[in-house]
Ligand binder design. Structure first.
Ligand SMILES: C[S@@+](CC[C@H](N)C(=O)[O-])C[C@H]1O[C@@H](n2cnc3c(N)ncnc32)[C@H](O)[C@@H]1O
Length: 216
């Protein structure tokens, strides 16, 4: 039986999170799409999406803005203590926050009216991939923007590639990160070779194709 809960289900059935609808919207985030990605989504028309590394949901809202997207599985540990301070500037966040990142994500989904499409999975990326695999899920698009260490990105791509449906889009953020031990680019290139894929990067956006120069 599929026991997955949407953000709507979580807010309405888990007593601990009932109050989050009273919190204010917080628009903080990094990635709100780019023209190349928008073109690809419009052409590919993904229905089932996995987002790995979610934060407060800026990218979630961008992806949910496409009517073709029926559901988005959002994987993040939402654990402020576990954040890699080298890759996330949490100083940008209000210092006096008394609620958690996860609660803010849930309330943002409520305010943006995407809460019935969003399936939050509060796990590490690798655990989340195992959980989705156990449910038999595959995805038409997978977006990687979690751990930004070279090692972490390689682990994430290795964990999530098997969940990519045929002719679907594996893509992610921070192609511009090239300095070890945080070279997203090195990790993406090495992993592409491992899976027999070609990689293209524009700005911070990167994506895999089967052949050189393909769009998807
Ligand atoms: C850069 S933020 C994502 C930003 C988001 N795409 C946006 O534009 O707002 C990275 C997120 O990945 C999460 N993260 C980092 N390492 C992770 C891991 N190993 N497993 C799950 N989530 C992770 C962090 O908690 C953080 O919320």
């Amino acid at each position: 039986m599929n026991t997955r809960l949407t953000a709507y289900d979580i807010i309405n059935t888990v007593p601990e999170y009932r109050g989050v609808v009273g919190l204010s919207y917080d628009s903080h985030g990094w990635v709100d799409g780019c023209p190349e990605w928008t073109d690809m989504i419009n052409r590919l028309q993904p229905k089932h999406v996995a987002e790995v590394g979610v934060w407060l949901g800026m990218t979630t809202r961008y992806i949910c803005g496409f009517p073709c997207v029926e559901d988005i599985t959002c994987v993040d540990h939402w654990d402020a203590q576990a954040l890699d301070k080298n890759s996330i500037d949490i100083a940008q966040q209000p210092a006096n926050r008394t609620f958690t990142m996860y609660e803010q994500f849930l309330t943002n989904c409520y305010h943006a009216e995407i809460w019935k499409k969003v399936y939050p999975v509060r796990m590490t990326s690798v655990e989340g991939a195992k959980y989705c695999a156990a449910l038999g899920l595959t995805f038409d698009m997978i977006w990687i923007d979690a751990d930004h260490s070279t090692k972490g990105v390689k682990e994430d791509i290795a964990a999530w590639m098997p969940l990519l449906a045929p002719d679907s889009l594996m893509c992610g953020d921070d192609w511009g990160w090239q300095t070890e031990p945080y070279s997203v680019r090195n990790a993406v290139i090495e992993s592409a070779a491992k899976f027999g894929m070609k990689v293209t990067g524009i700005g911070n956006f990167w994506w895999y194709t089967k052949q050189e120069g393909q769009n998807i």
